[in-house]
Design a protein around this ligand. Structure first.
Ligand code: AMP
Length: 199
């Protein structure tokens, strides 16, 4: 198996690079943000709760998101050859939970790809995405809250994964293809896995 976390601030390109990772490595993609947006669209009880947090730019409580992740792994990704976790973990308790979840299923996390992008660029990208897709939380006020939450609650995970020896820093500015090449090289040197187009 090859299990990867795609880590970075909101707007750092996690969704874009996830799509390339699943294509090139044949992995299953879990974006907790997308799963939550789907619940909101279907007006499920979880969706109704989640919307209150998402609209403010706050994180969903750890217990809710951890249960949701386990459910997705067991229902949809159980036969996958590996998983790209996009937008999870976002807190230290979530990172610890992920370790336990993978351990219980006889596997582990192989690398954490950290997309590093300057803040002005993040804001510009999210404003543009909001205009193009109509995504409700891509407005300036919510973006500012999301970045603050990222700095306070999620960024400390970089240190956590550096200590675990799993963090691969990637310059996330510039051309999408060049960024993906850097990710693929990082994965190859960390895990020995080779992408399809290089096989
Ligand atoms: P994303 O699509 O990853 O940017 O996530 C959009 C929003 O969903 C976030 O701003 C959070 O409100 C919520 N969310 C997504 N993933 C998580 C998570 N792992 N923990 C808590 N909240 C999350």
């Amino acid at each position: 198996m090859l299990n990867l976390v795609l880590f970075g601030a909101p707007g750092s390109g996690k969704g874009t690079q996830s799509a390339k990772l699943i294509d090139q490595y044949g992995l299953y993609h879990i974006s907790t943000g997308e799963v939550l947006r789907d619940h909101i669209a279907r007006k499920t009880p979880l969706g109704i709760t989640a919307e209150k947090y998402i609209s403010k730019g706050h994180l969903i409580p750890d217990e809710l998101i951890i249960d949701l992740l386990e459910e997705v792994i067991d229902n949809e990704a159980k036969d996958a050859k590996g998983i790209v976790f996009d937008g999870f973990p976002r807190t230290i308790p979530q990172a610890e939970a992920l370790k336990g979840i993978l351990d219980k299923r006889g596997t582990k996390l192989h690398a954490v790809v950290g997309l590093e992008v300057p803040e002005e660029e993040l804001i510009e990208r999210m404003i543009n995405r909001g205009k193009q897709t109509g995504r409700a939380d891509d407005n300036l006020e919510t973006i500012k809250n999301r970045l603050e939450v990222y700095h306070n609650q999620t960024h400390p995970l970089k240190e956590f994964y550096l200590k675990e020896g799993q963090y691969l820093p990637i310059n996330g500015s510039g051309n999408v293809e060049d960024i993906f090449d850097a990710i693929a090289e990082g994965i190859e040197s960390a895990t020995g896995e080779v992408r399809r187009s290089r096989k």
